[in-house]
Design a protein around this ligand. Structure first.
Ligand code: CA
Length: 657
């Protein structure tokens, strides 16, 4: 009765007067634990009453409420209560009444929670630090472009072939197992010990904040979800912990995972999904109805995420929430990078403010930021706000990068049309787009203007859509043989890898791409079985040759790291010698660790039979011949005005001084 409509709320929340009067800049929302005192604060400007409920356990079904305490409104917008007791390890919720409607909710600002996240938890974070945590750090030269490996926590070690002890399979803990091998047989490294030798700089974890699609109270291991359905943004997901019921366990085990990766010399990136929540019925909505979500002018809910709701980054309290949340993960969990899901739903100002806030943290400049510069559909962003989509990349801070779908689709074809090929699998007239890809699209020919190669993520596969292997099967085989090991498909994989690795831009790859990962032709496996999604380490070693090729290309990238830099001048250093039918050839100053090399020469060729390609005269030696990367340079160093190309793929030469 008399409750406001979503549209009425929108018109209130979008006024400057509302934000001027009710926005709260304090950093103490949530729980503050003091000596013999615990303070709770919640931002709820539209609430008529708020009370705190305390419980013994974190299970929302347990009838173990200790008490309910009414909270007081301090100032215009924050409800507060201080309890004269150290309440650590107690669980709590709020009861919030707005406009005559009353809801129980977990804390928007919760840092710990019980099973399934419906009750928040008072936590003393110092209790969750593993031994050695204070010394934990990841050192990374921020001038270099990263090589990012995208992993799902459960995929990584679910299969028995991972050789991880059963109790840790699919869990954060799997990352802490040292020297794991195929089926535990003592040879062929898996999981972390495998990654250590691959040559990547960062692991990017699919969502592992607390999400809603997996029931943490069930023991059975058959549940699976990618996790793009956030419930508690500042708490790790419980189903990846060995115990989801004690709120401290997931925090500690998450930190142990981070520490293990850091010790292996690998940075940790989190996939963050601030653009929508699991459902509209969230802690945000129950605390301040319709403040955190966009509403269309017809009163319907904005749905640019295609997940039922869009959060409103342009509203000051959600913008602050995003900034604080990202900084919290960086500080508390030592996270080295953030990948923003559907970044196109956020506004440029919010993204740039997050960058500024991270840069202000000690060592914060090394923290990576990148995202998907698109949305699933139109969104009702406030008029005047600029969406962080591809065409606006130049308005984003130089150290915020975008996934480059132009590179992705040019190399291997469309992600929606299964048989549409790209350059490596039969596509034609793509040479000039490939050249732009080499320059990380800094040439502006895509209709947008990255400021430097650091703003482009070059990639051909991610969790979304078909794996590289499956896409190549669809385009190159009459009847796709996903489980097979067709040499033609392997060669096309090498070709795609070679292009990505030698192009400017940061490298990104889906885990297992380097060894023919298949999901049997299924593109959207977000809730498929763990068997389909899991990394099959046995198959990976069946395609060990391909894995070796990736490793080899990564070693070239490392040895000539002077070239693969963020620097906006790097595209000018590239000289194209051919950009003609079926062939792109270019060279650049080698800037190698080994000063015998003057330039690198790279040839992408689609011709399957051997031929001589005319190039400017130089003393060149072969470094990679399309099928393998040579550990020792081969060929003659005579000065020649041509090179020999053996097969369709990427051939690399070093030019001697
Ligand atoms: Ca969860």
């Amino acid at each position: 009765m008399g409750a406001k409509t979503p549209l009425e709320w929108k018109h209130i929340f979008e006024t400057e007067a509302f934000e001027a009067k009710y926005a709260y800049a304090g950093k103490d929302l949530g729980v503050t634990l003091g000596e013999g005192e615990t303070t709770f604060k919640v931002w709820a400007p539209t609430a008529g009453a708020v009370s705190l409920n305390l419980y013994q356990s974190g299970d929302e079904k347990a009838e173990d409420q200790i008490c309910t305490i009414p909270m007081e409104k301090e100032g215009s917008s924050v409800w507060e209560i201080s309890v004269r007791e150290n309440l650590k390890n107690r669980y709590y919720t709020y009861t919030v009444t707005v406009d005559g409607e009353t809801h129980k909710t977990q804390d928007v600002y919760a840092r710990a929670c019980g099973v399934n996240g419906k009750r928040s938890m008072v936590v003393d974070l110092a209790d969750t630090n593993p031994k050695g945590w204070q010394e934990d750090a990841y050192v990374y030269d921020e001038a270099l472009l990263p090589v990012i490996y995208e992993v799902h926590v459960k995929d990584f070690s679910y299969a028995e072939s991972s050789g991880i002890p059963k109790m840790y399979r699919g869990k954060y803990k799997a990352f802490t197992v040292e020297d794991s091998t195929l089926y535990g047989k003592g040879e062929k490294r898996t999981c972390l010990s495998y990654l250590k030798e691959l040559g990547i700089t960062h692991v990017h974890l699919l969502p592992c904040y607390d999400f809603g699609s997996v029931d943490e109270s069930k023991e059975e291991d058959s549940q699976f979800n990618w996790g793009y359905d956030p419930v508690n943004y500042n708490v790790p997901e419980g189903s990846y912990a060995t115990d989801a019921r004690d709120g401290r366990v997931r925090i500690k085990e998450f930190k142990e995972m981070v520490m293990a990766l850091h010790r292996a010399g690998i940075g940790v990136i989190m996939d963050v999904v601030y653009n929508h929540t699991f459902a509209l019925d969230s802690c945000f909505q129950r605390t301040v109805p319709y403040y955190y979500y966009r509403v269309n002018e017809d009163g319907s809910l904005s749905n640019g995420s295609a997940c039922g709701n869009d959060t409103a980054s342009e509203r000051v309290m959600f913008r602050r929430y995003m900034i604080d949340s990202v900084c919290y993960w960086a500080k508390e969990y030592h996270i080295d990078g953030f990948r923003f899901d559907l970044m196109g739903l956020h506004d440029v100002e919010t993204m740039n403010e997050i960058r500024r806030a991270l840069d202000e943290l000690p060592g914060g400049r090394h923290i990576l930021m990148y995202g998907e510069p698109w949305a699933a559909a139109d969104t009702a962003m406030k008029a005047g706000a600029v969406p962080a989509v591809k065409k606006n990349v130049e308005q984003l801070h130089e150290r915020i990068a975008i996934f480059n779908d132009d590179t992705r689709d040019t190399v291997k074809g469309s992600v929606v049309k299964d048989t549409e090929p790209g350059f490596v699998n039969g596509g034609v007239d793509l040479e000039s787009r490939i050249c732009s890809g080499v320059l990380a699209w800094c040439d502006g020919k895509g209709g947008y203007h990255p400021k430097s190669p650091g703003q482009t993520i070059s990639y051909v596969s991610a969790h979304d859509n078909w794996t590289l292997w499956d896409k190549l099967c669809y385009t190159l085989q009459k009847k796709p043989d996903f489980a097979g090991s067709d040499e033609r498909i392997i060669q096309a994989c090498r070709f795609a890898c070679g292009i990505i690795m030698t192009s400017l831009g940061a490298v990104f790859m889906q885990a297992g791409e380097e060894a023919g990962r298949t999901k049997c032709g299924i593109g959207d496996s977000y809730n498929s079985s763990p068997e389909l999604n899991a990394l099959d380490w046995e198959r990976m070693y069946r395609l060990e040759g391909l894995m070796e090729y990736y490793r080899g290309m990564l070693s070239i990238r490392k040895n000539f790291s002077g070239y693969w830099r963020r620097d906006g001048k790097m595209p000018d250093a590239v000289r194209f010698h051919h950009c003609q039918k079926g062939c792109v050839a270019f060279s650049f100053g080698a800037w190698s660790r080994d000063d015998r090399w003057q330039r690198l020469w790279v040839v992408y060729s689609t011709r399957e039979t051997p031929y001589r390609l005319t190039l400017p005269k130089a003393k060149r030696m072969l470094l990679a011949d399309g099928k393998s990367v040579l550990s020792q340079p081969a060929g003659e160093a005579d000065e020649k005005d041509y090179v020999q190309i053996e097969t369709a793929g990427v051939t690399v030469f070093g030019e001697l001084w």
